[in-house]
Write a protein that binds this ligand. Structure first.
Ligand code: SF4
Ligand code: SF4
Ligand code: SF4
Length: 316
């Protein structure tokens, strides 16, 4: 069988998704048996010109991690879409915007002011801000920083979604196996479970109502009991399963990195609804107190999914 041609690209990313690929340990040799890597900026010194010079659809699979933050990311997403038969959104940032998309609670002007002017570590008395071009030493172009972070699918057509921050090793191996055998699910599929995380979680649930919200470091939770029913916000009801329950096994709540389960349009709204259904109160004062107890509501409800939510970004 002819070897596949595989490209890996990183856009707005922490590189954890690239590390996750390396983390498959000796199975990486199976990957090299299966595929020739034709682009992987974190590991190999290919240039953009090499991709541009390829015939269209030369690349069999592009694993694209990271969100779309600037014009370079968008340009590369479009280039890989043209050059690749299959485009895979790899990791929470590519699938849903991920952590980088939390910046959508601010606009470009606010981000530049904070990062380049107000941050205490700055020495920038001239107030210089990033530019997309300069004529010093000839014309130089730099990527344009967008006002809004987007998901990969908001920029190009995506064939498959592999969620997780980063995708767990078992899931990456499943993807490699599916590529090797050609047994891929229908285009547009999310390669994970079709259940919610709660469906897969073995903790005791459905018994308790809550009267207050705790942050994880404020109590030591019962490892057998549902965390949400102990008052710790756990995104399980609003999150797709298939991650292997790593956080729950460490007695920590889910933060939602597998994105919404099938049929759920907005992960944050679903989680709010789940919390409201088990919160026991008879008064507006108690509701107001509970809302105060949620220290970072935006980051709690939309930690990984803001760009992919109905809200998408701050409106003013
Ligand atoms: S999904 Fe997580 S690990 Fe992957 S690039 Fe984004 S933040 Fe990093
Ligand atoms: S809310 Fe969290 S702890 Fe409770 S059942 Fe769902 S995944 Fe498990
Ligand atoms: S438990 Fe939630 S946050 Fe943790 S890995 Fe699974 S989906 Fe991601």
């Amino acid at each position: 069988m002819a070897k596949l041609k595989l490209a890996l690209y990183w856009a707005s990313t922490c590189a954890g998704c690239d590390v996750a690929v390396v983390d498959i340990n000796d199975k990486i040799f199976d990957l090299f048996e299966l595929a020739d890597i034709v682009f992987w900026p974190v590991a190999l010194d290919f240039k953009y010109e090499h991709v541009e010079a390829m015939e269209d659809k030369t690349i069999d699979v592009c694993l694209f991690n990271g969100a779309i933050r600037d014009s370079e990311h968008e340009k590369m997403a479009k280039l890989f879409r043209v050059k690749s038969k299959l485009m895979v959104a790899f990791g929470a940032c590519a699938c849903f915007g991920g952590i980088p998309a939390l910046a959508n609670f601010h606009n470009r002007e606010e981000i530049f002011r904070q990062v380049y002017i107000e941050a205490r570590s700055n020495q920038n008395s001239a107030g210089v801000l990033p530019q997309s071009s300069t004529t010093e030493e000839g014309e130089q172009l730099l990527p344009e920083f967008y006002d809004t972070v987007s998901t990969l699918a908001q920029v190009v057509d995506v064939d498959y979604f592999v969620p997780g921050c980063p995708p767990p090793v078992e899931l990456i191996l499943k993807v490699v196996d599916a590529l090797a055998t050609g047994q891929l699910p229908p285009p547009g599929s999310v390669i994970a479970s079709d259940k919610t995380l709660c469906d897969e979680c073995e903790r005791k649930k459905g018994e308790k109502k809550i009267t207050r919200i705790w942050r994880p470091m404020e109590i030591i939770p019962d490892p057998e009991q549902c965390l949400l029913e102990q008052g710790i916000i756990c995104c399980g009801p609003a999150t797709r399963g298939g991650c292997g329950l790593g956080c729950l096994k460490a007695n920590m709540p889910c933060r939602g990195c597998f994105g919404p389960p099938p049929g759920v349009l907005d992960q944050g709204a679903k989680l709010v609804s789940a919390i409201a259904s088990i919160y026991q109160t008879n008064s507006e004062e108690e509701i107001a107190r509970m809302v105060e107890e949620i220290v970072d509501p935006a980051g709690t409800f939309y930690r990984f999914g803001l760009a992919d939510s109905i809200l998408k970004r701050k409106r003013i």
